[in-house]
Design a protein around this ligand. Sequence first.
Ligand code: NAD
Length: 266
Amino acid sequence: MAYDGEMFELPELEEKSFSETVSIITGGGSGIGASVAVRLTELGSQAIIVDIDEEAGKNVAASIGCQFINFDVADLAAWENLVADTKENLGSLDFLCLNAGIGSRPRGSSVEDDPIPWILPNYKNVLAVNIDGVVYGTMAALPIMEEQGSGSILVTASVAGIRTQPPDPIYALSKSAVISFVRSSAPALEGRGVRINALCPGSVDTPIQPDDRRLAGRPMSPPEEMAEAMGKILLSDDNGGIWIASSSDFPVWRYDFASAIDGPPK
Ligand code: NAD
């Protein structure tokens, strides 16, 4: 990425950083979401995994002893039920990781393949998962977090939402949209005692990556590195922050849109 941004101090994670907290992690059945669920559980949070893939979600939940709920993040009614049940059964909702996401390219396709034929067939579904899943999750959680006067929401966006992503224009569009949502909703959430930030990973070694990238030996971060960064951002005081974590840059740093808009670094 051409612009280095500014490095901010994030809090260090400690053994009990998340004790007596409740967290929901979408897409927790695989990849980054599974690593986040493992890490937050280790640090004391009572985690709830949400995933559309029942088997994957159940397996991760069983391995760490947390709850699993099987639904599509683009289903607003399911979100409202989950938040109501969480409040009734666990009493609070402290952390929400809106992480579930998909690309428009079929699994097994190559990054060299022309993306145009996949746009219309997959457009609505990608936007539903990657955008509705974020907006519905935020709106469902907001009443309980506002009532508590606290809550921290973290969206898994992507560097594809900041720079271009020619192999998957619809994915890039969806990630730009959620970055914009985070930046623009932050002031209204702050007035309600709630924070919202986004993490933009670069390439992470998960099943979402096309096989040919992996076969080509492209450097990829382990999902555990994303989980570490996400734990720190969830606990930080930041609001409206867009954080980058990619193998070719600093471990995690805050993107400075203002300077990027003002012009190139001096
Ligand atoms: P992954 O495919 O391993 O995990 C995604 C999970 O989301 C899966 O378990 C899947 O079943 C679940 N999911 C998909 N649609 C869903 C839906 N409608 N409702 C509920 N769950 C659903 O991929 P990952 O790399 O761990 O991706 C996690 C997030 O990170 C995504 O938002 C992705 O866009 C983002 N991201 C990943 C990379 C990367 O290189 N891996 C880079 C940048 C951003």
